[in-house]
Design a protein around this ligand. Structure first.
Ligand SMILES: Cc1ncc(COP(=O)(O)O)c(C=O)c1O
Length: 363
């Protein structure tokens, strides 16, 4: 990688070589010929029925507990419309997915950050915050969190669900990375531990393609019917051809078969990220993700995310404003490294440039 070429540490996108092009084309050809009257028509706002059934069965739930929409972020917005009123409180992990913070705020909620540890939110801090005020929603990315890479332990998952039952709040479990586990054993989903208190969001974006725009939510049926009404008022119908293609893709067992290919593609990139950080930036602290798309890096300097991004731009390293991942400005600089969409040499060069920026700021 030449020193002048920009390296982008901004967006959590898959690389183009991850897309299963031939299989998607094959599935599109089959299903659009088989079911054109449904797939090329306005559809039901709950989604393409065969795909709903497939998702329900894969998760041991009733079909009425599933809604499919144009990406999981869109569903998060519908949840905001359904469940949030002005000044409702939403607890999030700090840091968390920046677009989730934006979405909750757009619904005029007050977003409260609970510090995140290696094994999930700080439960003592969470309980302390609960004693001050009971949130309407708690937003948790339990597996390979965006942006930190943390995975919530089984003990903390159980405690979160107990607290949801005791204090009567909803948990949104956002799980787009759950299947991308490179090491270790899966933990139980929050959904499986508290099916009456959890709305689980999931997505095909990181398993097939984000351009397909397919996400879904599993939740109690009465919530699903509220979301379906909001979806219908918003866009009449979800994008039916995508739903048909993904249904055919799942029905043929391609989803399961594609997964090992993705793991083999991404695991070396995670390893390269961690090795580069240890080599180039021993002063930094970061979690060691067992899967997913991100390594979140804390730098022991008090510069704003904007300032750090401006400094990085001078060495052609493109960073997002790390402060955006926190409801309140963090004390230290935070950098998210989305390692899947770039190559190993780009990761190594990008981390070296980050180290150079850090050295300049601390000398
Ligand atoms: C935690 C999290 N939730 C939701 C999304 C949005 O996914 P989708 O493409 O399904 O809208 C992303 C995408 O990066 C994400 O990281």
């Amino acid at each position: 990688v030449s020193s002048g070429r920009p390296i982008t540490f901004t967006r959590g996108v898959p690389p183009a070589d991850s897309f299963p092009v031939d299989e998607v084309v094959e599935c599109a050809d089959t299903i659009l010929r088989l079911d054109p009257a449904v797939l090329l028509q306005y559809g039901k706002s709950t989604g393409y029925q065969p795909l709903r059934e497939w998702i329900a069965q894969a998760n041991g739930r009733a079909v009425d507990d599933v809604l499919i929409s144009n990406g999981s972020l869109q569903i998060l917005d519908f949840i905001g419309t359904a469940l949030l009123s002005d000044n409702d409180v939403v607890f999030v992990e700090a840091p968390t997915y920046d677009r989730a913070i934006t979405t909750f705020r757009r619904h005029r909620a007050r977003v409260v950050g609970i510090p995140l540890q290696n094994d999930g939110v700080d439960i003592a801090a969470f309980e302390q915050a609960l004693r001050r005020e009971v949130p309407r929603l708690v937003y948790i990315i339990a597996d390979f969190q965006n942006p930190s890479g943390a995975t919530t332990s089984a003990t903390k998952r159980r405690r979160l669900v107990e607290l949801a039952q005791e204090y009567d709040f909803w948990i949104i479990e956002d799980a787009p990375y759950r299947h991308l586990r490179y090491y270790g054993e899966p933990q139980p989903t929050l959904l499986s531990l508290g099916p009456q208190r959890v709305l689980q969001l999931s997505s095909f974006s990181k398993q097939i393609s984000p351009g397909m725009r397919l996400g879904y939510v599993i939740a109690p049926a009465e919530i699903i019917s509220r979301l379906a009404r909001i979806a219908e008022d918003t866009y009449i119908s979800p994008t039916m051809p995508s739903e048909g293609i993904v249904y055919e893709y799942c029905r043929r067992g391609y989803l399961e078969r594609n997964l090992p290919r993705l793991l083999a593609l991404y695991r070396p990139k995670l390893e390269a990220t961690l090795a580069s950080l240890r080599r180039e930036l021993p002063e930094a602290s970061f979690m060691t993700p067992e899967g997913g798309y991100f390594v979140g890096v804390n730098l022991p300097i008090a510069v704003s995310g904007k300032e750090l991004a401006a400094r990085a731009a001078k060495v052609s390293l493109v960073l997002t404003d790390g402060d955006g991942f926190f409801p309140e400005k963090p004390a230290q600089a935070f950098v998210r490294i989305p390692f899947c969409g770039i190559t190993v040499p780009e990761i190594e060069e990008g981390v070296a440039r980050l180290a150079q920026v850090y050295r300049e700021l601390t000398k």
